[in-house]
Design a protein around this ligand. Sequence first.
Ligand code: PGA
Length: 255
Amino acid sequence: MKKVGIVAGNWKMFKTPIEGRDFVQDFINLMLNIEDVEVIFCPPFPALFNIDVVLKDTTLKLGAQNCHWEKEGAYTGEVSVSMLGSCGADYVILGHSERRHIFKETNDWINKKLKAVLDGGLKPILCIGETLDQRKSNETKDVLYHQLKEGLKGVEKLDNVVIAYEPVWAIGTGETASNEQVGEAHKWVRNILSNFYSQDIANDTPILYGGSVKPENAGELFEIEDVNGFLIGGASLKINPFKEIILTVNEKLKG
Ligand code: PGA
């Protein structure tokens, strides 16, 4: 299995379109030699188009944080996949724990969104993860199994699908899962995918870790066998930590 490296910055509801564009321009100006890493900026919707303009002619990618599954219609406040694509988005984060828990998104909705993203030619980043209560009551494996089973229902190929394992209790809390917990969860996710599809398909599907990733822990987390990169919140909002994490992944990939 060839190790790939993806680093996605999930800005959540931070940065205006101007702040976002300037941030990405500053990042580009660093002229980092990071061609081995797939770097994805995921700003709020209003910043997508502005950022796409500065990303042109670079290898950096753009992602949205959500979408609706319908192509268009009377859905006040929603945004379709084709709208995101026309703003330059390559990826869409789906099922983030904040969407599941604050906005009550169900696996069924997430599944519809995932299929719409694939149909629209974009790449979903499907987030899964257990709460602290679920971990304490030994339900982690069950939760991950059901989130994958229902999230991927009816999806025949995983070619363009990225999975992100994000334990809810580690998101934005400063608390990172231990290397052992991350390794075990990622292996389990890979195992589920190999049962649903095949070992080859499972091996080719990137599985990212998310939850308080920072420059200090990125190196050892990336060394874990089934970790193919990171989905980063807080540390993606400032140039230096984000850059350090990407450089670390790039170095580890070079071996
Ligand atoms: P965090 O967020 O890095 O701030 O923990 C991760 C995420 O929400 O994807």
